[in-house]
Design a protein around this ligand. Structure first.
Ligand SMILES: [Zn+2]
Length: 100
């Protein structure tokens, strides 16, 4: 089975986590769904929230209990992040221009 790819750089992801996420639509009504966070060895190399988890996933023989704690710490940090609207607008412009 192939690993999912990082949407930022297309390298194989080290970890993909899906969790419940609620947001409000334009009418202000809550919408329940799922959110997905991807841990990438390249894109997240400089992210302090991912440091311990990246070290654990790229080393051999790490104790499994530590993995659970590190995933929890990482999710606590990334689950509240929102997309950068400037980056989204630039990506949309590239897509509309046929560059993507
Ligand atoms: Zn990546």
């Amino acid at each position: 089975m192939s690993r999912p790819l990082c949407a930022r750089c297309t390298a194989p992801a080290l970890l993909v986590v899906r969790y419940p996420h609620t947001w409000r639509n334009s009418s202000g009504a809550p919408v329940d769904g799922l959110r997905e966070s991807v841990l990438c060895g390249s894109c997240d190399a400089d992210d302090p929230a991912a440091e311990g988890l990246l070290a654990l996933l790229t080393e051999d023989g790490a104790p499994p209990a530590r993995l659970v704690d590190l995933v929890g710490d990482w999710l606590t940090a990334v689950r509240h992040r929102t997309p950068d609207h400037t980056d989204l607008a630039a990506e949309e412009a590239r897509w509309r221009a046929g560059d993507l």
